[in-house]
Design a protein around this ligand. Structure first.
Ligand code: ITT
Length: 226
């Protein structure tokens, strides 16, 4: 399947390439098309903004589009910055500094607060025949001192207890198996598989109740998501 990864965030784009190219998707990026203004992300949910971006690029470029709206929900901040995660400041380093300053301010006013947080990723795949929409999340904790140099965005302060590492300390392939984006991609591939089966029911697949189909398992393995 040919697919435009409709993002101007190079960190996201490289994670989608790593996951989807090995399983046969032919990916293009916005750089392969004439320059377009970015759409205003006016919705209040990740799902709404992912849909808005996918629809916008599909209408402008008339090719199948995958758009991602994602961000960090910090419990001590009542779920902020959420859908506004990219708009906190102009660079990753500044975003991290601003986010930590908000948490420290909240702690100065209200005492020790939980450091729990989650990354959320909504994906909308816009095809000529309709949309496929999925979400994924991953839980972690916000730490005060950035650690690690991989990944992007808030990864250096997002500590993932099961691995005792921040997301910026994980190898790219580990992050691509564990992240909110990986969770969402798994769901997306399963839905693509299901819709392909529905469109081509001549070879129905034996599937135990509640289990993944073999086709779905093998596409996850190919996509480095298993
Ligand atoms: P596009 O809209 O062009 O895709 P964007 O960076 O503006 O790019 P979003 O509006 O979805 O995308 O904002 C996502 C922000 O959330 C991103 O800029 C990071 O600051 C943060 N974020 C999302 N996923 C992340 C991840 O895997 N690791 C660290 N930070 C992440």
């Amino acid at each position: 399947m040919r697919l435009l990864i409709a993002t101007s965030n190079p960190g996201k784009a490289s994670e989608y390439r790593a996951a989807l190219e090995p399983c046969g998707f032919e990916l293009s990026s916005l750089a392969d098309f004439p320059p377009l203004a970015e759409p205003q992300e006016t919705e209040s949910t990740f799902r709404g903004n992912a849909r808005l971006k996918a629809d916008y690029y599909f209408e402008q470029l008339a090719v199948p589009c995958l758009a991602d709206d994602s961000g960090l929900e910090v419990d001590a901040l009542g779920g902020r910055p959420g859908v506004r995660s990219a708009r906190v400041a102009d660079s990753d380093r500044q975003r991290i500094a601003v986010l930590l300053s908000w948490i420290h301010e909240a702690e100065a006013q209200r005492g020790t607060l939980p450091r729990t947080a989650r990354f959320v990723c909504a994906i909308c795949l816009r095809l000529p025949e309709g949309r496929i929409e999925v979400e994924g999340t991953v839980q972690g904790q916000i730490i005060d001192t950035p650690r690690g140099s991989r990944g992007f965005g808030y990864d250096p302060i997002f500590y993932y207890p099961p691995r005792r590492k921040t997301f910026a300390e994980l190898s790219p392939s580990e992050k691509n198996r564990l992240s909110h984006r990986a969770q969402a991609l798994r769901r997306l591939l399963a839905k693509i598989q299901t819709s392909r089966q529905a469109a081509n029911p001549r070879r129905p697949e034996k599937k135990r109740k509640g289990s993944q189909s073999e086709a779905s398992r093998s596409s996850l393995r190919l996509c480095n998501l298993a």
